[in-house]
Ligand binder design. Structure first.
Ligand code: DGI
Ligand code: FE
Ligand code: FE
Length: 193
């Protein structure tokens, strides 16, 4: 599958505004891939398909969570915003026969992050957060950090997401905390802040 073809697949299932976000995430992710020497093919496909399931019926997403053996069932008890990553990864595996673990993991964890994210995962996660259409306060610093250090930029994005959710009195999925903790420890070890 080529990146343009993956984009067409997303275009077919997404409203225009969401599809334009996907295009910007893909462009941003490809630039980050170049900067951090991530595999640009895997990054391109994962970014192009990262929100594939975003606009599907909640009941359909719920059905996939309940029936797929390797989607964590506890997701049902969290915000439905968290469902489209894991379900999208399963859908593109089944329908487009994508078996590359880096692509599938990047789609799967793009909302929450997780401890032990690989390079492709980090790039897609960060690109989704900083794409030029995003306009919240924290995005400017996140864009700056993205030019300097991938781990610090991801850590900052996770921290801001956690603070944002706390501000909204929403629960936080454990993987988001675990991703934040792991990056915080490794940044400290490397002599970062
Ligand atoms: O699909 P997008 O809108 O492009 O972005 P996304 O997949 O990162 O979804 C972000 C939304 O998910 C955002 O509004 C915050 C919400 N969210 C709900 N619970 C959690 C969460 N985000 C994280 N990182 N962790 C959560 O537990
Ligand atoms: Fe998403
Ligand atoms: Fe997105």
């Amino acid at each position: 599958m080529e990146v343009d073809y993956a984009l067409q697949k997303s275009k077919a299932v997404l409203p225009t505004k969401r599809y334009e976000h996907v295009e910007r995430v893909t462009e941003t992710a490809l630039k980050l891939a170049e900067r951090y020497q991530a595999d640009s093919y895997n990054v391109g496909i994962a970014a192009a398909l990262h929100d594939y399931a975003k606009h599907m019926d909640k009941s359909l997403l719920q059905h996939w969570i309940e029936t797929a053996i390797d989607i964590p069932k506890d997701l049902i008890h969290y915000h439905h915003e968290l469902w489209h990553g894991p379900v999208g990864a399963k859908m593109i595996q089944h329908w487009f026969m994508i078996e590359n673990r880096d692509i599938l993991n990047a789609v799967r964890w793009h909302t929450t992050g997780r401890a032990g994210m690989g390079l492709v995962e980090k790039v897609v996660f960060l690109a989704d957060y900083i794409e030029p259409g995003r306009q919240f306060d924290a995005v400017y610093k996140a864009r700056e950090l993205a030019q300097q250090d991938l781990d610090q930029a991801c850590q900052y994005a996770l921290k801001q997401s956690i603070l944002f959710l706390i501000g909204k009195k929403q629960p936080i999925y454990p993987d988001t905390f675990q991703a934040y903790n792991e990056l915080t420890r490794s940044i400290k070890k490397d002599g970062g802040n």
